[in-house]
Design a protein around this ligand. Structure first.
Ligand SMILES: Nc1ncnc2c1ncn2[C@@H]1O[C@H](COP(=O)(O)OP(=O)(O)OP(=O)(O)O)[C@@H](O)[C@H]1O
Ligand SMILES: [Mg+2]
Length: 278
């Protein structure tokens, strides 16, 4: 395992609101702007990693506006809500997704959890601690933006994947998110996935531009800025929408389409560079 996935390789956050407690093997998928493809990436990346032999669980950490269940066409009787309220054990709430990975779904009725309280923090930590021994990777599909719940969920991850699209609004929001991750959480690295690109190479260029702005305006400690690691470009592909409309995983229904191939490549890269440290 790489140094990156070892817990405790990041210094604690300054404010009491967002304590950084990075847990090894936990990867957060987040974004500045909503609707950029976090849930699509989380679910299909999980399927691609599972196909490569990794034991993966995706936790629907978008507590207020959860929709991983809809995308996967799963309607669990027991949800995270029951685990949070003590009505069910973690084991009872874990279900198998069609792509060969496990999920912990928030379902509806979690709106009261959209604000961070000490109880929610403790429950989140308890759940993550319970999951870690059983999985190679735990993916957190978070909400968009910089609310305290999102930042708390991200603070539990040793690796952060920021999903952004080439749209200027998505990029300015990604910049704002990364700025907070660098400042509050003292992140040294942030991994970038540029989704819905028009041309190959767009994502790398966009990541380079964001890096330039960060280097100019965001300094975490003297001489130590945040480094963006470009992981993948996922092309805009009509097959993604088709799969979502059918509530199926792209990796299963159309594994040969350009977006699915890009996700498969992302999984390989994550396995090589982030999980096994190659
Ligand atoms: N590569 C792509 N090509 C074409 N369409 C895409 C692509 N990625 C995502 N989409 C479209 O964007 C929609 C939103 O994606 P998704 O639900 O994953 O975003 P999200 O970031 O999780 O949203 P939210 O912030 O609401 O949680 C998808 O339903 C799909 O129609
Ligand atoms: Mg989502």
């Amino acid at each position: 395992m790489s140094e990156e996935l070892q817990p405790g390789n990041t210094t604690p956050a300054a404010g009491p609101q967002v304590p950084l407690t990075p847990h090894g093997k936990v990867m957060a998928v987040t974004s500045g702007k909503g609707g950029v493809g976090k849930t699509f990436v989380s679910a299909n990346l999980a399927a691609a990693l599972a196909k490569r032999g990794q034991k993966v669980l995706v936790l629907d950490a978008d507590l207020g506006l959860a929709n991983l269940d809809v995308v996967l066409n799963l309607y669990p009787k027991v949800t995270l809500h029951d685990v949070f309220s003590g009505k069910a054990s973690i084991e009872e709430a874990i279900i198998q997704a069609p792509g060969g990975f496990s999920v912990l779904l928030a379902g509806s009725g979690m709106v009261e959890y959209s604000r961070l309280t000490p109880e929610i923090r403790a429950d989140f930590l308890r759940i993550i601690d319970g999951l870690l021994p059983r999985y190679d990777v735990v993916l957190l599909d978070t909400g968009a933006g910089i609310s305290d719940v999102v930042l708390f969920a991200v603070s539990l991850a040793s690796v952060v994947l920021v999903v952004a699209t080439p749209e200027p609004t998505s990029l300015t929001d990604a910049y704002a998110t990364i700025k907070v991750l660098a400042g509050q959480q003292k992140r040294a690295n942030v991994h970038m996935v540029i989704n819905q690109t028009a041309r190959l190479g767009d994502g790398r260029a966009i990541t380079g531009q964001l890096q330039q702005v960060l280097d100019r305006f965001v300094v975490t400690e003297p001489g130590r800025g945040v480094k963006l690691v470009h992981l993948a470009d996922i092309p805009a592909d009509p097959s993604v929408r088709q799969a979502v409309m059918r509530r199926q995983l792209l990796m299963q229904t159309l594994p040969g389409c350009p977006a699915a191939l890009a996700v498969a490549q992302l999984a390989r890269k994550i396995e090589e560079t982030v999980i096994s440290g190659g």
